[in-house]
Design a protein around this ligand. Sequence first.
Ligand code: IPE
Ligand code: IPE
Ligand code: MG
Length: 261
Amino acid sequence: MADQGFISSTQTVPNLNKVPRHIAIIMDGNGRWARKRFLPRIAGHTRGVEALRGTIRAAIEHGVEYLTVFAFSSENWRRPADEVSFLMQLFIKSLQKEVSRLHENGIRFRVIGDRSRFEPMLVKAIEAAEELTARNTRLCLTVAANYGGRWDMMTAVNRALARQPGLTEITEHQINEELSMSFAPEPDLFIRTGGEQRISNFLLWQLAYTEFYFTDALWPDFDGKALNQAIVSYQERERRFGRTSEQLTTATAGCNTECHA
Ligand code: IPE
Ligand code: IPE
Ligand code: MG
């Protein structure tokens, strides 16, 4: 719980920046990228890490404050055991290799998701990376691993109940405070690569008023230019948060954080 004054899009109309403060990405299409090249699926995952590195760099150049990426869903355990095991090892290896570079670049690293199924070595590597980078402020990189939106909401409700035994009603604010991303504003822009147009149990609660951007590009091919295209598309949108277009264009409609829904 670390509510730094972030507001809920359904309670209050947020102030908007030209550049999305928070971008959430479903990095999809690694397997297809590899298959197209007659390579094993895991080769696509390895290349996917490189695509993430380039995307982080580009996000920093744009001045994005929060980048959240879906690396492994709570449903991805259903994959063949050797692919799951490869992904876990890749996570450990990438952490070992990249953490010092993230730190040097002022990036704060966080992981959201249920860690209880991870092997102790991975949990330790995650904790060490989070601790090392805890005071960095340039970009907050959050990796969603063994994450599910339903798990997140259910956990939040259970936490709120545990805090106040006998509670019969839970408020939106209480849920917001207990969710695993309570430290960040809601995503402004959601990107999914790989051509599928679905959320696949990602940030169900937090995406309430997020702008969606789908691209056919497979994740290993995603780069700074592709991120730029997504941001340009975002800048062309009109985010109304329930209001009319006319309200947005009249001077009095310039709702700020005081303008309650
Ligand atoms: C996304 O790529 C990475 C993970 C889910 C871990 P996929 O592995 O889902 O690639 P496709 O969708 O099969 O091409
Ligand atoms: C979503 O991709 C999860 C991640 C990218 C980590 P999937 O490839 O697992 O999603 P579905 O199964 O096509 O919906
Ligand atoms: Mg996929």
